[in-house]
Write a protein that binds this ligand. Structure first.
Ligand SMILES: Nc1ncnc2c1ncn2[C@@H]1O[C@H](COP(=O)(O)OP(=O)(O)OP(=O)(O)O)[C@@H](O)[C@H]1O
Length: 216
């Protein structure tokens, strides 16, 4: 049985039917890569998987149990890193991360924060206030959240944006390690990140136009 699955998902945003009849399944240690042009619904699907949006139709399951039966339990197993994650400008990078680590149940949030920054190659930004961080440093800080507290399901929305080659390599290594421990990763990308032996979902296959007809 797959650990994480979606069945016949339909996503409606505002008046727009974004995708329909979308199904996926991922085993423990597996990965799913979402591919598709701008506006094809990658972010919408990730938000749906995170429990931040409800499917208009269809449902998600974790270990055979419907996610909708206990949304709080599901949110506790998810690390979602979106496009617009906030970094608090007056807190240092380490304090920003410790806040998230504490929310995620880390035993020693400040130590977990520093360890996560080290894993993503930026221990030197630990004491720098958020407002002075570069775009790539902010991105690494947001991604470090997934390492600062354990959660089995990582949902990463275009994580390589603003990352340099070294940052992408560190992220790839973190994803591989997470999967080796039985974790699952779903990642939207324009193919900048290498995720070995991942299943691929082409959002175009499920997209529908404004009038309900399939997109050309
Ligand atoms: N809050 C919203 N209300 C209404 N429509 C929305 C909302 N957010 C997104 N949409 C629409 O849903 C569709 C899918 O958007 P989404 O952000 O999921 O695509 P994406 O594949 O992640 O795009 P990109 O590659 O540009 O990030 C788009 O047509 C978008 O305009």
């Amino acid at each position: 049985m797959p650990l994480f699955a979606g069945t016949d998902l339909t996503c409606l945003r505002g008046e727009r039917l974004v995708f329909q009849d979308l199904s996926f399944s991922v085993e423990a240690g597996g990965a799913l890569v979402l591919l598709g042009p701008n506006g094809s619904g990658k972010s919408s699907l990730l938000r749906l998987m995170a429990g931040l949006l409800r499917p208009f139709a269809g449902g998600l399951s974790w270990d055979g149990a419907a996610v909708a039966d206990d949304p709080d339990l599901h949110r506790g197993r998810v690390h979602y890193v979106g496009h617009l994650d906030a970094v608090k400008p007056v807190l240092s990078a380490r304090e920003n991360l410790a806040f998230w680590a504490e929310m995620g149940g880390a035993a020693d949030p400040m130590a977990a924060a520093l360890a996560a920054l080290e894993r993503l190659g930026v221990p030197h930004i630990a004491d720098i206030p958020g407002r002075y961080l570069s775009a790539g440093q902010k991105r690494r800080l947001n991604l470090a959240r997934v390492l600062a507290a354990p959660a089995p399901l990582w949902l990463l929305d275009e994580p390589s944006v603003a990352l340099d080659r070294a940052g992408i390599g560190q992220l790839e290594a973190a994803i591989a390690e997470h999967r080796a421990g039985g974790g699952i990763v779903v990642v939207s990308t324009h193919a900048e990140i290498e995720v070995p032996e991942a299943d691929t979902l082409h959002m175009d296959d499920f997209a529908v136009g404004m009038d309900g007809s399939p997109l050309e």
